[in-house]
Design a protein around this ligand. Structure first.
Ligand code: GUN
Length: 288
């Protein structure tokens, strides 16, 4: 079989952001997105900077709240309450992970579900499970859009999601079920993961372990969506150098898959584009 088609997340995200900017330009008031970052985690700081830039580029307002790592849970809950009450704020995102002293679930539950652009509030996860409209987590939404860009009709296909996190694995499974896939959620305790993956017409890898999914586990012709972003040593590039790799062994998988997302340039760019989409959706719903 010839090499898999590459699914271009960068171009797909750019096109989505352009559609969002065009819709924002028709609104009387720009939607507003508040992003809250507690502490100095370098990866989170990069995400937050990129979010602010792309929010502005889409014609939306960005409100950034950077709080010291010593912030108490009470102080964070007070800020969330102020953002809930602020009419200029349509979307609220509290960057995870939070310092371990803070109960992330308590913070998520404090966010107004109508402003929960991450889709993490139990009201929104419940609505997703019940097949009701609501705000859907950004990364799995981006994965679904990429899968549908190469297989517009997913109905009846075998989908395997590797990973059971609240942020990706569980909502991904719900979205694929809503597309009428036959869905399996696999995880670190799954017996014979290779055999389970070999069933997949659609394989979504969200485990956070570099190149864990081997090329020989891929069903010929499958659509492979790789959510992993892992930094690994790359001695071939020079001493001390690193590179980003996914959860899938890309070179091996590409020989068997029908289509595959690269890392970087696959799922990553879609996440912020979907965040902007959710912010626009929240603004339109809130303002009628
Ligand atoms: N940290 C990593 N991914 C995400 C995400 O999608 N939302 C939030 N709030 N934090 C994250």
């Amino acid at each position: 079989m010839s090499d898999a088609a590459l699914i271009d997340g960068k171009a797909t995200a750019e096109a989505l952001r352009a559609r969002i900017a065009a819709a924002v330009a028709t609104l009387p008031e720009p939607p507003g997105l508040a992003v809250v970052l507690v502490g100095e985690d370098p990866a989170s700081q990069v995400y937050v900077r990129n979010k602010a830039r792309q929010t502005h580029e889409a014609g939306m307002r960005s409100f950034e709240h950077r709080l010291p790592v010593t912030t108490s849970q009470g102080e964070l809950l007070d800020l969330v309450a102020r953002l809930n009450a602020d009419p200029a704020v349509d979307g609220i995102l509290v960057q995870l992970p939070l310092p371990s002293r803070i109960d992330a679930n308590a913070v998520i539950e404090a966010i107004d579900p109508a402003k929960d652009v991450d889709g993490f509030h139990p009201m929104n996860t419940g609505r997703l499970a019940a097949g009701l409209p609501g705000l859907v987590p950004c990364t799995p939404l981006g994965c679904l859009m990429l899968a549908r860009s190469v297989r517009p009709d997913l109905s009846g296909l075998e989908a395997v999601v590797v990973g059971r996190s609240n942020i990706v694995g569980k909502p991904m499974a719900q979205l694929l079920l809503a597309e009428s896939c036959t869905v399996t959620i696999a995880h670190s305790r799954t017996r014979d993961l290779a055999e389970v993956c070999r069933r997949a017409d659609i394989l979504v890898a969200a485990v956070g372990r570099p190149r864990m999914i081997e090329g020989s586990w891929i069903k010929p012709g499958a659509v492979v969506i790789d959510v992993g972003i892992n930094r690994v040593a790359a001695p071939d590039l020079g001493e001390g150098k690193t590179r980003l790799v996914g959860d899938v062994d890309f070179a091996g998988a590409r020989e068997r898959a029908g289509a595959i997302t690269p890392v970087p340039g696959g799922v990553g760019p879609m996440t912020i584009a979907c965040l902007l989409r959710n912010t626009l959706q929240a603004a339109c719903r809130r303002r009628g």
